[in-house]
Design a binder for this molecule. Sequence first.
Ligand code: ZN
Length: 142
Amino acid sequence: MAIVDKFIGMYGDSPVMKRNAMKVIFRKLRAEDNNYKDIMARLGNEVYISEEEVAKFGFTEAEIYAAIAHELGHVVYATRGWDPDCEQRADSFSAELGLGEFMINIIEKLIYCRRYPRQVSQFVARIHYLQNIANSNREMIG
Ligand SMILES: [Zn+2]
């Protein structure tokens, strides 16, 4: 997938990625296999990307990178989706690559699309968590 190649081109050699060296296989999540209309998913060391669902949300390129980084976070920390702690740890990996603000954009889009009404409070908690990371990074720099 072109977007995965671009992601690897941009972030593959970054210290964060090297420090967390991992073997990941990227695959297309085909519409006919995507019963739950997942945008992306992880199974073991395989990251699945639904081009149809990514297109539906109108994610920018940077937002897609953030989503890919989130899934890599699940690989790095060997966590599953939907548990709040696991989601935040996966988000933190996105933030480590400098994609935290784009991860926030994604979560906002997930809230506004109203597809996941029961997850809204968890989404809000994830946004706050990412904002806290951004604020503490600013303090370290400032
Ligand atoms: Zn996740």
